[in-house]
Design a protein around this ligand. Structure first.
Ligand code: G1P
Length: 274
């Protein structure tokens, strides 16, 4: 089961991401899949039997959820070998053509007033340059992210960048500003992806290609507004699920009570063992 399809309460991660793109006004969406990811395509198929069934039973809210999924104009392409994020993005070259485009990673959900993709588009309108979405992360976690080396703040939240480093150890990290799964890139990035040598983890890294692009064409980093949820690792997935469950209109009170009960139980056990 691909992680992108695992539901956060009642909606798969991939759908949160597609909905962000749609809310940002993006009309052409390409999903780069790979081995074992077929369930993603199936999720967005139309399911007339289910829709009819929900209509017959007058379950209109659920029907609306299902229809939302199937009305989106999506395209798919497969990355034949898992050679890294940079290689996955290179698969989109033909689809993208000669226009700037947005990259949204499948394990990062962003909740914000203005969709994160739209925030990057707004910055592009001002600069006509590539814009990389960043936020501060705890210093000891820099090894999990692409980290920027900022020069100065060009305008509010928008940084000129000296370099981009993939997954540096905290002692080598040039800042705590991390790339968090949202990029607006000019199509010139493909020139660098085509010749990019493997980097961190032996993979073709998008961060390295962005670093090269920045040498010939200014690339900005933008500290976007909103909360980013990482569903790509076990604890991140549980944390995201809990936080979304605590906000879900149908179950939030029950979940809050459950958390409270669990806390009491753990606390009691702790007292006993002391
Ligand atoms: C990727 C990128 C990294 C970025 C991260 C955000 O890493 O390579 O630069 O900070 O996504 O989630 P991954 O998490 O795929 O290892």
């Amino acid at each position: 089961m691909p992680k992108e399809i695992l539901p956060i309460v009642d909606k798969p991660t991939i759908q949160f991401i597609i909905e962000e793109a749609v809310a940002a006004g993006i009309e052409d969406i390409l999903i780069v899949t790979g081995k074992g990811k077929r369930a993603i395509e199936d999720h967005f198929d139309s399911v007339p039997e289910l829709e009819n069934n929900l209509r017959d039973k007058n379950k209109l809210e659920l029907l609306h959820l299902v229809e939302e999924t199937t009305n989106i104009n999506l395209h798919f392409i497969r990355q034949s070998k898992p050679k890294g994020l940079g290689d996955a993005i290179l698969q989109a070259k033909g689809f993208v053509g000669n226009e700037p485009f947005i990259v949204m990673l499948g394990d990062d959900i962003v909740e914000s007033k203005v969709p994160c993709a739209k925030q990057l588009m707004n910055q592009y309108e001002k600069t006509h340059s590539s814009i990389i979405g960043v936020q501060n992360v705890p210093h000891e976690e820099t090894y999990r992210y692409g980290i920027i080396d900022p020069i100065n703040e060009y305008s509010k939240g928008l940084y000129n960048v000296k370099g981009f480093v993939e997954k540096p150890n905290p002692e080598d990290a040039p800042s705590d500003l991390a790339i968090l799964g949202r990029y607006l890139l000019t199509p010139q990035i493909f020139d660098f992806l085509e010749t990019q040598e493997p980097g961190a983890g032996g993979e073709i890294q998008l961060t390295d290609a962005i670093n090269s692009l920045n040498e010939v064409q200014r690339v900005f980093a933008y500290d976007f507004e909103g909360e980013r949820f990482d569903v790509g690792d076990k604890f991140g997935f549980i944390k995201t699920t809990m936080q979304f469950a605590l906000k879900h209109p149908e179950i939030k009170d029950d979940v809050a009570k459950l958390v409270d009960d669990l806390y009491q139980q753990i606390h009691k056990k702790d007292k006993k063992s002391k």
